[in-house]
Ligand binder design. Structure first.
Ligand SMILES: Cc1cc2nc3c(=O)[nH]c(=O)nc-3n(C[C@H](O)[C@H](O)[C@H](O)COP(=O)(O)OP(=O)(O)OC[C@H]3O[C@@H](n4cnc5c(N)ncnc54)[C@H](O)[C@@H]3O)c2cc1C
Length: 389
């Protein structure tokens, strides 16, 4: 088959991983990114076993070993604000594939590793904002007055995807009524974090994880909408909201500088797009990552699923005609995505619960779950393997 060409819209983790997968499958790829320079928003990422496996399938096992901080067995889990453990998380069993359990990476490191994996086989055009996607027999992307055609267009343009809005008028972006904050505190200023994991109070949550040489990553969530205060004001608010919670929570908030804090509304797609693909006569469009299935971050799986999407797309586009490959991609991804988005909403409902009656009930219920059962449930969610061609 002649070398085929793809245009990938968006150089986030999903778009870059899709580009690597397509390059590995023999495609010529052009990536269009609206920002003037490539950058990774969002501090750090927890990579579960499925995300790790997807990166290894992209040929990035060694690169991952170099940038990932492995979460040691038994150091994570769920706690109450007074520091008592509800669940101690153990890693899923090793599959003899090296770094297979949970790992944390700095997003910028992952970004750079993905760009390095592309080599010369892909070009990245920064400062290129896609203004529309044309469907029909010969799909194309529009960049202002310019139109670009390709055998495959990949819409990896995130939660407010322009590609999705062209392909589908069914899905809606819904606010979860929660706000998330994230930061990385540099090593020299960060307190020791012996145990990673999440602490759950009434309508508020706090997560921290050691990020090796980078320092410590933390993320907090609270019910409500985006706060209008300056980042310094938001930090003051977080100090008050999390006052009295076990350390190092207060120490981490106190050590964070305003310019290190990021705030995001928590949003998700509901319903999902009717289809993640559009097929033309010989070409087509695929949605991938948050563009296809933005979900609440309750499972910490959005980027892991984007990596799964990317690997699957590469497998499907290997030797097939594009429309056939896209139909196979849709068939492989939809059941998994439907299951994970439902689970994320369910878990979010439990973890974000608030109230004098509901929270003690949640605590009692979680305490009643044996650690092994919880770990088994988590392992079932991450149980994904590279599909057959
Ligand atoms: C608080 C929080 C914590 C999270 N933690 C985790 C975690 O621990 N583990 C995990 O797996 N997931 C996590 N996620 C989810 C994860 O961040 C996302 O699922 C993931 O970043 C999606 O990647 P993406 O490439 O699909 O989209 P994005 O990362 O949003 O990338 C989209 C790219 O497209 C570009 N773009 C957008 N529009 C255009 C346009 N018109 N033209 C050109 N370029 C465009 C953007 O600039 C961007 O570079 C978390 C999410 C949140 C909110």
């Amino acid at each position: 088959m002649d070398e085929r060409s793809a245009v990938v819209v968006g150089a986030g983790v999903g778009g870059l991983a899709a580009a690597v997968a397509l390059v590995n499958a023999g495609w010529r790829v052009q990536i269009l990114e609206r920002h003037d320079r490539l950058r990774a928003d969002g501090a750090a990422l927890l990579l579960w076993a499925n995300g790790v496996r997807a990166l290894r399938a992209l040929g990035m096992g060694a690169a991952l070993e170099a940038i990932a901080v492995r979460q040691e067995r038994g150091t994570g889990g769920l706690r109450t604000p007074d520091g008592r453990w509800l669940i101690k998380m153990s890693e899923p069993e090793e599959r003899g594939e090296g770094l297979s359990g949970t790992a944390v990476v700095h997003r910028q490191d992952l970004h750079e590793a993905l760009v390095a994996a592309l080599g010369d086989a892909a070009t990245i055009r920064a400062g290129a904002t896609v203004t529309g996607v044309r469907l029909g027999d010969a799909p194309a992307v529009k960049l202002g007055g310019e139109t670009m055609t390709a055998d495959l267009i990949v819409g990896a343009d995130g939660i407010s995807s322009i590609a999705r809005s062209t392909l589908d008028n069914h899905s809606r972006l819904v606010g979860a009524g929660r706000v998330a904050w994230r930061a990385v505190v540099p090593r020299f200023r960060a307190p020791e974090v012996a145990d990673s994991g999440e602490t759950q109070g009434s309508g508020r949550r706090f997560l921290s994880a050691d990020l090796g040489a980078h320092g410590v990553y933390w993320a907090a969530e609270a019910r409500g909408s985006v706060r209008p205060e300056s980042t310094a004001g938001q930090l003051d608010l977080l100090k008050r909201w999390f006052a009295g919670w076990h350390e190092p929570i207060g120490q981490l908030i106190a050590a964070t500088r305003p310019e290190e804090l990021m705030q995001h509304p928590v949003e998700y797609l509901d319903p999902l797009p009717r289809s993640f693909v559009h097929t033309g006569a010989t070409s087509g469009v695929a949605l991938l990552g948050d563009a296809a299935h933005a979900m609440t971050p309750d499972l910490g799986q959005g980027a892991c699923l984007a990596l799964e999407d990317a690997v699957t797309l590469g497998v499907c586009m290997g030797g097939r005609a594009v429309p056939d490959g896209l139909r196979r991609y849709e068939a492989l991804r939809r059941p998994r995505i439907v299951k994970m988005t439902k689970m994320s909403r369910r878990v979010g409902g439990v973890f974000a619960a608030q109230g004098r009656f509901v929270v003690p009930l949640r605590t009692a219920l979680l305490r009643g779950i044996p650690d092994k059962t919880f770990a088994k449930g988590a392992a079932a969610l991450t149980d994904w393997t590279v599909p057959e061609a």
